[in-house]
Design a protein around this ligand. Structure first.
Ligand code: CP
Length: 298
């Protein structure tokens, strides 16, 4: 997200808004006619992979999917640089998800076509951030926002990317986590240097009445060095109907999904729940990013 100014982010959000009727299937588009979009996912994904695929298809593009890594030559020892060099010769754009921190930045050195980061390790998930911002703009407001981010703030790449983007809008941020999963101190330091009001707490009850948006996250089991460390912190924070009795009427709850147990099912039926609509907004956002990155929209 650090590659984008506020004006550029707003431009992406505006473009997504124009493309939303196409994302909903109300209008047909051939903007990506003749373009091949490659999806290289070295980690599991439902929303990012499928919403990129839907976005490409709704715009008339074709999709080349690496599929299961186990069925590719990565299993014979091929390195990421060679895979990227080869796939970039087959396609007009690559979307990459990879478990290693910094992998997207590294891969961008070896591609001859645009490459979009679909999530790298615990560092960045910029396309998720665009759809999070789009959701907040649609369902709440970006200017003067009071947001709490809760859950796994240590390993959660979505919150790391979101912090930077929201700092451009001057949001007040509260980080809610057990001590073991606090937001990295470097991110907190940079935000404070930008004069962003940052608070940290371990309690959702303490802050639920004083925020516009609650951004919940899953504890990232796959990034813990030892399972026992995961067990210690996996059930610490939960949004329930009871908790929401103290919430402001306009509170919106977001979650990048998948969720495990951090939001009770009864919350789905409340006007606070936004996470399923948020997942849909991934389609117009990824349409905008594909169209702008391939240059079919300027
Ligand atoms: N939010 C998100 O990245 O979901 P997936 O892992 O299913 O793509």
């Amino acid at each position: 997200m650090k590659d984008f100014s506020r004006e550029e982010i707003d431009y992406v959000l505006d473009t997504a808004e124009k493309l939303e009727p196409v994302a909903r299937g109300e209008i047909r588009s051939r903007l990506l006619d003749g373009k091949i979009i490659s999806l290289l996912f070295f980690e599991p994904s439902t929303r990012t992979r499928l919403s990129f695929e839907v976005a490409a298809r709704r715009l008339g593009g074709q999709v080349l999917n690496l599929g299961l890594v186990e069925a590719s030559s990565v299993m014979k020892g091929e390195n990421l640089a060679d895979t990227i060099r080869v796939i970039s010769a087959y396609s007009d754009l690559i979307v990459l998800r990879h478990p290693l921190d910094g992998s997207a930045r590294m891969a961008s050195e070896f591609t001859s076509v645009p490459l979009i980061n679909g999530g790298d390790g615990s560092i960045n998930h910029p396309t998720q951030t665009f759809l999070d911002l789009y959701t907040i703009r649609r369902e709440s407001h970006l200017d003067g926002l009071k947001i709490a981010m809760a859950g796994d703030l240590k390993y959660g790449r979505t919150v790391h990317s979101l912090c930077h983007a929201l700092s451009l809008y001057g949001a007040e941020m509260t980080f809610v986590s057990p001590p073991e999963l606090r937001m990295p101190s470097e991110i907190v330091r940079v935000l404070r240097k930008q004069n962003i009001l940052v608070k940290e707490t371990e309690s959702l009850e303490e802050i639920i009445g004083d925020i516009d948006v609650l951004y919940m996250t899953r504890v990232q089991k796959e990034r813990f060095p030892h399972p026992v460390e995961y067990e210690k912190v996996s059930n610490k924070l939960k949004v329930t109907g009871d908790l929401l009795k103290a919430a402001a009427p306009g509170l919106k709850i977001l979650h990048p999904l998948p969720r495990v147990n951090e939001i009770s099912p009864e919350v789905d039926e409340t006007p606070h729940a936004c996470y399923l609509e948020q997942a849909f907004y991934g389609v117009p956002i990824r349409m905008a990013l594909l169209a702008l990155t391939t240059g079919v929209i300027e």
